[in-house]
Write a protein that binds this ligand. Structure first.
Ligand code: CP
Ligand code: NVA
Length: 308
């Protein structure tokens, strides 16, 4: 039976028009929270937070976000569930759906969260997989809206590994009129097939280059992420040699618009993908970005429950 609620497994689960409304909704939720009048539509509801990888921002912002909306969050690690090992993904989905009103999951394989969503009767939210990190880019667009006043007609330049962050930005460029540049090496390309599939009929444009200066030129947003993601830290040395010229440093930022904002989803490895000077510099909005995870995710949860 089809669900009456919505899953948020990728940014592209939201239609373009709804996406713009959802960002506006997140802005209102932030204002209401700051004014001490956050709505409580999750009263009496429980949300399972399943984390198979470490997390500071995502875990805490979901827990606090659920609390601010009046609900209860249950943090569950893979020690308890052992998804697909102790019991099948389908059985976990059906059992959890009898207890909780929503499932938030951070894990390795996108296909596991797709299977979980297929079998659960409650909404499933992707809190990061190896493929995508949609909650991060959603709240980053909230930050861009606040800082630049718009989320379209912008040049966003991403530097470094063609990972879950890069692919979520490609999803954003398929929904919104974004001129997305990805400066990376052929070995860390986010995937030609992925881009072709996502950008077919997309609203924006994606250019992949190994020339960081070309990507930085006139950019409105400079974005980076770690060169070795969770689960790949053994490749950190190799990636550092490969991606050295993609470092976000003062020289690179000086090629962008003077009004550009510098973003990083965090955690950062200072001195590798980004310098300390840039993180602490005048264009950096990294901690506003981290704050907005809280408000962005509240909006996503309410969208999943058809309450936006
Ligand atoms: N940016 C982000 O998702 O941070 P965490 O890994 O700490 O959740
Ligand atoms: N690409 C990083 C993002 C962390 C928020 C990772 O997957 O580890």
């Amino acid at each position: 039976m089809a669900k009456s609620t919505c899953d948020f497994l990728a940014l592209t689960d939201v239609k373009r028009g709804d996406f713009i409304n959802l960002i506006e909704h997140a802005v209102r939720l932030k204002d209401q929270t700051r004014a001490g009048v956050c709505p409580q539509p999750l009263e009496g509801k429980a949300v399972a937070l399943i984390f198979h990888k470490p997390s500071l921002r995502t875990r805490v912002s979901f827990e606090v976000g659920v609390q601010q909306l009046g609900g209860n969050a249950l943090f569950i690690t893979d020690k308890e569930i052992q998804l697909g090992v102790r019991e099948s993904v389908a059985d976990v989905a059906r059992v959890l759906s009898r207890y909780v009103d929503m499932i938030v999951i951070r894990t390795f394989h996108q296909k596991d969260i797709e299977e979980l969503a297929e079998w659960s009767s409650v909404p499933v939210i992707n809190a990061l997989t190896d493929l995508l990190h949609p909650c991060q880019v959603f709240s980053d667009l909230l930050t861009i809206k606040e800082k630049l006043g718009r989320i379209e007609d912008i040049k966003v330049s991403y530097f470094g590994d063609g990972n879950n962050m890069a692919r979520s930005w490609i999803n954003a460029a398929s929904l919104l009129d974004i001129d997305l540049w990805i400066a990376t090496m052929p070995e860390s390309h986010p995937g030609e097939e992925f881009i072709a599939k996502v950008m077919d009929g997309g609203a924006g444009k994606v250019t992949v280059t190994d020339d960081p200066q070309a990507a930085a030129k006139d950019a409105d947003v400079i974005y980076t992420d770690v060169w070795a993601s969770m689960g790949e830290k053994d490749q950190a040395g190799e990636r550092a040699s490969l991606l050295e010229k993609m470092q976000v440093n003062g020289k690179l930022v000086s090629g962008a618009k003077p009004s550009c904002i510098v973003m990083h989803c965090l955690p950062a490895e200072r001195g590798r993908e980004i310098t300390n000077e840039v993180i602490e510099g005048p264009n950096s909005v990294l901690f506003d970005q981290a704050e907005n995870r809280l408000h962005g995710q509240k909006s996503i949860m309410l969208w999943c429950l058809n309450q936006v």
